[in-house]
Write a protein that binds this ligand. Sequence first.
Ligand SMILES: NC(=O)c1ccc[n+]([C@@H]2O[C@H](COP(=O)([O-])OP(=O)(O)OC[C@H]3O[C@@H](n4cnc5c(N)ncnc54)[C@H](O)[C@@H]3O)[C@@H](O)[C@H]2O)c1
Ligand SMILES: O=C(O)[C@H](O)[C@@H](O)[C@H](O)[C@H](O)CO
Length: 249
Amino acid sequence: MFDLSGKTALVTGGGRGLGLEMAKALAKAGASVAINGRGRSALEAARDRVESEGIMLEVAPGDIATDAAEILAAATRSTGRLDILIHAVGERDRRGTDDMDAAGFAALINTDLTAAYGMARAALPYLRRSNAGRLIFVTSIAAFAARSGDPAYTAAKGGLGALTRSLAVELGSDSLTVNAIAPGWFATETNAALAADPVLQQFIDVRIPLKRWGRPEEIAPAAVFLASPASSFVNGITLTVDGGMTVQM
Ligand SMILES: NC(=O)c1ccc[n+]([C@@H]2O[C@H](COP(=O)([O-])OP(=O)(O)OC[C@H]3O[C@@H](n4cnc5c(N)ncnc54)[C@H](O)[C@@H]3O)[C@@H](O)[C@H]2O)c1
Ligand SMILES: O=C(O)[C@H](O)[C@@H](O)[C@H](O)[C@H](O)CO
């Protein structure tokens, strides 16, 4: 039910963090997986690191905002197909409203939302040729609840959740589904300093029912589920993985 043998996957933003964890899990489930990021050398370093764990990945470098065709060409080079796109790229720009002008807002929306649409659209011909195409966006709990002073990211992730529903309705079929994963607080590289902060831990004790950060690898089973035959009748959902943070009063 969770077997991905014979499938080809691309994980954008897959060179580190949650994207890399999802890529590794898809590969362990049997898929042929390419990881994308802007720099070839960082991707190759990630690939070489996980090879020592017995996991084989391919690299598909390029900027998702400008190089979608090249990224897809690299990701499909070995197998000639693409069944699964996990779009994990998401930049952060936590400037509040006083500091972020409309151009700054538009720049983040372009990376986190418009480029996600462009990437998905470019992948569609491949996904439509698959007998079980899977388009999976990575949003955030920021799509449901706002932190103060984070207007662009909150709007981008909210928009990406809405785009998930829109594409699920327009494109969803027995052979193509569109879903999203909303991570909560994960102790990834980008959050390393915060994850080590004892003051923030007090906040986490109160706000996250499980009283801890998510471990990066804990995002991966959600990706395998949404990529696999197990989710064949799941379309248009956002699967939240946050230790219960967003359901607590
Ligand atoms: N870490 C968390 O706690 C958390 C929480 C909620 C949501 N998320 C979301 O999960 C996703 C992954 O988060 P992460 O913390 O692992 O991120 P990260 O910043 O560690 O990794 C993102 C990767 O994407 C790459 N990237 C950025 N812009 C790109 C572009 N234009 N083209 C190609 N590659 C690009 C980066 O180089 C990086 O390798 C993001 O969408 C993020 O918004 C993360
Ligand atoms: O997408 C998100 O919501 C953010 O990445 C957060 O979840 C961070 O993990 C948290 O704000 C700690 O910095």
